[in-house]
Design a protein around this ligand. Structure first.
Ligand code: C2O
Ligand code: CU
Ligand code: CU
Length: 486
């Protein structure tokens, strides 16, 4: 028996049904997902292209746009209206597409009944423009966010609310969308591009987004249906033999996506912070933790009129036995009847990734757990989030190594605001595994019992959030404040 399964079995007796430790209110007594109407969501529609946010700037080198977060009602299930919270009435929200060097100005109007913010996940924006929980936008208010996109920032990011204690609820109701930054000298510009935003949706028997219960607060929101660009099991048509670049974003609360495409190998070309130094592949599968993004190059089979499934394979993140995800289909690739496309060449080098400076400081973050089963609560260095406390201090421009030690019974995707870092190595039971290639990340998976060592530098002073991106964990307090001093 594997250690993880053993622990799951050993702890099963510690799971207390019906004990609402996590908050959230209104959750089902047993903590499991309520009756689900989303099975009725129409499957098999063509993959939708995301709607771009209009750039209203009149000068070159600027991106200006307006976002309104408001309640909306959509007919996702035959004959019923589902109440959602959406950006600009769109499900998912509009994709922001800007360029390196752009000055960005985005107005956010809060039409929700509660505080919200817009957080620019992964982008190197000033701390006071990053939609932190200490900078709420009140109901009825509008706030302007303004920042520059520096050279080297090209990549696939996203935006979502970061209000104190309600991030999970706001994302579950529909507030999340991609933010793509393009480079002037993109080595893959010759490839057709597809953006795939993966979100989770859980509807109750009345086709309404269900509240999170105790089980969700323990191991992340359970029982969601996976949607791609707002559609269930959409069909993406490809010419046989065609090569495409896919930007895949994991905007689910807690669902690790161990992606595989039947009958195809995947080539990894980019991660959270943009392109790798060189393509990595062929790979049979790629693990995308919650909040992470990947850029993948896919060459379709040369067979015409064939169908292949992109799926998230079975993945367990929890030795308590509650957070195991069965394999789930995400999308169908359908080849057309056209003659095969000529093979597209992939450059051997994608971008320069010089080694980081040696670290001159070291930090240790221990992910901690109190309680078991549905009573589990997670902290950082034994503490829960307090926005008025500073937990960690760094100096702008200084390179640091952080050892993130997972002393809990489940895996956690740990995210740091305001910068991109690199994984140095993971260590588990005395065995260290160096990162196989250099990649820019803003979120790193730290499996149960393992230590992830990352090398990180913050360049802009101010307060930054460090947290687990399982959104229920974040809301329940698995978050620390990092103060970056000039
Ligand atoms: Cu994606 Cu602190 O967030
Ligand atoms: Cu973030
Ligand atoms: Cu967590």
């Amino acid at each position: 028996m594997k250690r993880r399964e053993f622990l799951g079995a050993a702890l099963a007796g510690a799971i207390l049904p019906g004990c609402g430790g996590g908050g959230g209110g209104g959750g089902p007594m047993m903590g499991g997902p309520p009756a689900v109407a989303s099975a009725l969501l129409t499957a098999g529609q063509p993959l939708r292209a995301l709607v771009p946010l209009a750039n209203t700037a009149t000068q070159a080198g600027r991106f200006e746009g307006a976002l309104a977060a408001s309640p909306a009602s959509l007919g996702l299930v035959e004959g019923r209206a589902t109440a959602l919270w959406l950006y600009n009435g769109l499900f998912p929200g509009p994709v922001i597409e800007a360029r390196e060097g752009d000055r960005v100005r985005l107005a956010l109007a809060n039409g929700l009944p509660i505080d919200t913010t817009a957080h620019w996940h992964g982008l190197p924006v000033p701390a006071d423009q990053d939609g932190n929980p200490m900078d709420p936008v009140r109901p009825g208010a509008t706030r302007l966010y303004e920042f520059d996109l520096p050279a080297g920032a090209a990549g696939t990011y996203w935006y979502h609310p970061h209000a104190h204690g309600t991030t999970a609820e706001q994302v579950a109701r529909g507030l999340a969308a991609p933010f793509i930054v393009r480079a002037a000298d993109d080595p893959l510009v010759h490839l057709p591009e597809v953006t795939m935003l993966v979100t989770g949706l859980r509807l109750d028997a009345n086709a309404q987004v269900s509240a999170s219960g105790p089980m969700d607060f323990a191991v992340g929101r359970q029982g969601e249906q996976l949607l791609v660009n707002g559609g269930r099991l959409p069909v993406h048509a490809m010419r046989p033999g065609a090569t495409e670049r896919w930007r895949i974003l994991n905007a689910t609360s807690a669902r690790y996506l161990r992606l595989a495409l039947d009958g195809h190998a995947l080539t990894l070309v980019g991660t959270d912070g943009g392109l790798l130094a060189a393509p990595v592949g062929p790979l049979a599968e790629i693990l995308v933790a919650p909040a992470q993004r990947v850029e993948v190059v896919v060459t379709a089979s040369t067979s015409p009129n064939a169908r292949f499934t992109l799926r998230a394979q079975r993945h367990a993140i929890d030795a308590m036995g509650m957070g195991t995800y069965a394999a789930e289909d995400l999308l169908t690739v359908a080849t057309t009847n056209d003659p095969p496309a000529a093979p597209a060449a992939l450059p051997g080098a994608l971008r320069a990734m010089p080694a980081q400076a040696a670290a001159t400081a070291r930090k240790r973050l221990v992910l901690t757990q109190s309680g078991m089963g549905m009573m589990a609560a997670f902290g950082i260095n034994g503490r829960l989030f307090d926005m008025n406390r500073v937990d960690l201090v760094s100096t702008a421009g200084e390179t640091e190594d952080w050892d993130i030690v997972n002393d809990t019974l489940m895996d956690h995707p740990i995210h740091i605001h305001g910068t991109q870092f690199r994984l140095v190595a993971r260590e588990s039971r005395g065995v260290a595994t160096p990162a196989p290639f250099a990649a820019w990340l803003d979120t790193v998976d730290v499996p149960s019992g393992a230590t992830a060592t990352i090398r990180v530098r913050q360049d802009r002073p101010g307060k930054r959030m460090v947290h687990c991106h399982i959104l229920e964990h974040e809301d329940a307090g698995m978050m620390a404040v990092l103060e970056v001093r000039p």
